[in-house]
Design a protein around this ligand. Sequence first.
Ligand SMILES: NC(=O)c1ccc[n+]([C@@H]2O[C@H](COP(=O)([O-])OP(=O)(O)OC[C@H]3O[C@@H](n4cnc5c(N)ncnc54)[C@H](O)[C@@H]3O)[C@@H](O)[C@H]2O)c1
Length: 317
Amino acid sequence: MSKILVTGGAGFIGSNFCNMMAEKGHRITAFDDLSLGKTESLSKKARFVKGNVNKKEDLKKAGSDFDYIVHLAASSSAPMFAKDMYYAYQNNVAGHIAVMLWAREIGAKKMLFASTSSIYGNNPTPLTEDQEVIPPNHYSVTKMAQEGASRVYSKAEGLEIIAFRFMSIYGLNEEHKTTFANLVSQFIWGMAKDEEPILYGDGTQERDFTNVKDVVQGIELAMNSPKKYGFTVFNIGTNKCINLIELVKLINKVMGKKTRPKFIPNPVKEGYVKSQLADITKISKELGYKPRVELEDGIREIVENLAKRDSKSCHRL
Ligand SMILES: NC(=O)c1ccc[n+]([C@@H]2O[C@H](COP(=O)([O-])OP(=O)(O)OC[C@H]3O[C@@H](n4cnc5c(N)ncnc54)[C@H](O)[C@@H]3O)[C@@H](O)[C@H]2O)c1
């Protein structure tokens, strides 16, 4: 049993991590300012503390007796930077430093955090961790800064820090992200109401859609690994990708529908990713990671969950 502090614990990936780890008997503290996440996503087995990673008094309130810190709190997607760039930089860069200092101060064995595959921009696929990267937008610049600060701090202070470059993550508990949610969820929610999914350009852009359960698997393996890296980076993906036209077909198949997508000119002018596909050799060889959830099964889980929720709300009417 480990004691784990999870920042951003009420968010999409955070709540899935907290719930699955709490189920395994770990002592989980989910820490979140609820700027986006919802406590309703969390299992009763996880302790919740409301707080902001940028406020030390809030981190203190969460306690100091932790083996690991899993840092997922962030302004979690590129469009959030358009709304308030200053705040988002502060949240991601200063917030990361605050958590890193706290991890060192409390003597945590390891800090593990979410970087992003957006860092790769339009690099040739499959994307490998040793590629040279030029982050294409403010969001990925902040993640690059997190990685850089972690590399230097780990070397100077001996704190073990692991960064994950997640691909396109989808799964349950994503409703609070609304228009920031993964396309898999957004398409399912819309298609359930017979709305056409909107595809930018010709719809041939490809993504390595990865179920959140496989993200939890990757973080857990890195957390429990006895190997010492100082600082290192792992991709988390599936090493499979499909384009958005194929994605809509697959959702139609699972939902038993024939919804046609609507194509519009791509409104994203800068840094739009054409092709995303993770090379997962490093995490597979080092930690024994193996993606387990097939996209079709992950889609089915979201569809069934939506149907369950809708039938519950019908009963309440
Ligand atoms: N979902 C993806 O596809 C994906 C891909 C790559 C990287 N990531 C990264 O993974 C992490 C989790 O993303 P997510 O998809 O679960 O998004 P999310 O927005 O659901 O989760 C982030 C959580 O952090 C909380 N938060 C934000 N600022 C905070 C602060 N200052 N103090 C405390 N809590 C704060 C929010 O309320 C939210 O619950 C983020 O760092 C994100 O950048 C996500």
